[in-house]
Ligand binder design. Sequence first.
Ligand SMILES: Nc1nc2c(c(=O)[nH]1)N[C@H]1C(S)=C(S)[C@@H](COP(=O)(O)O)O[C@H]1N2
Ligand SMILES: [Mo]
Length: 359
Amino acid sequence: MSRREVLPAAAVDWGILVAVLAALATGLVGLVVGRPSGAWVFVLHGLAGLALVPLLVLKLARVAPRLRPGRLTAGRAASVLLVLVAVATLGTGVAWVHGATVPLSFWRLLNVHVLFGLLLVPLAAWHLRSRWRSPDEVTRTSDRRTALRYGALVVGGAVTWRLQGAVNAVLDAPQRRFTGSREDGSDEGNAFPITSWVADDPDPVDAGDWTLSVAGLVERPLELGYGEVVPDESSGSGAAQERATLDCTSGWYAVHDWRGVRVGDLLDAAGAGEDAAWVQFRSVTGYRWSLPAAEARDALLATHVDDERLSHGHGFPLRLVAPGRRGFQWVKWVESVEVRRSRELGEWIAIFVSGFDDE
Ligand SMILES: Nc1nc2c(c(=O)[nH]1)N[C@H]1C(S)=C(S)[C@@H](COP(=O)(O)O)O[C@H]1N2
Ligand SMILES: [Mo]
């Protein structure tokens, strides 16, 4: 380590790589975490992001002389782009945590953060192709002082993490759930955000033409009309009811009283078999998702939200309410329940492409 360096170059570069990989992994996993037991994933995500700040400052201080306009090569231009995207990712993440909003109609700052984060992957991969450092270099160039300074960095990050709550109190920033989502439209019936994951935007479903099919590994497949899933619209007597949180990965959540039929009751009526392991919920658009059978039994197919009939945008006539799951799994406009032996992996594609083949 040269006299003027705070940390050896290899230690900084490897620290950056490890922190980026940790932030990427926790960021992706966080998209499917909906229960408080998974809150640590988001804590790690924040810590990885915070650790990147001083590491990137050190790195930029080191390489800045190489980036003067006269010395710019194509490879270095790509590196500059990488830096810009990294700063944008960190900036949008920090701004989101502190309650910033962007005036981009449909997009929330958290979407922008995810987009920049994903853009980092190919840019970073390209950068690493030509700048790979052997991990041996870290041990060769590091000493006790390096380790102590790294320790200070970690402690500093943890202290910053603690301070963030106080800063938010001063800023009067909106509260976040452990997932990072902010409250929007709870207990207000249909007046909460409408989100379609990518392109799903079907015409309103005519309840008269619509049926719900319950099929697959069952003894008696069912075909139910709207009147059979919502026996008494006004009182909802005999209907299943549940208070649950819809938490969208785009950064908002809403808590509502949902009413409808318990999936377990449908499965019992149809005589679901012993080998039923998964239950798939399919939308009129082809959008679909599966839950493990035991969890699916406790889920609701809702016709109402806070005593209002579901609006078209929220999935009329029937939508899945899957407590503890993230919003993208709460299938709207459900027309089929299929009991299955295994999970269909094509769901992961369907949620991205359904709606594109409509026209
Ligand atoms: N069929 C279908 N169901 C869907 C979606 C979709 O695009 N198509 N979007 C999902 C996403 S990403 C979320 S967050 C919730 C949003 O429900 P809402 O529009 O009622 O708020 O619905 C989910 N169910
Ligand atoms: Mo979502």
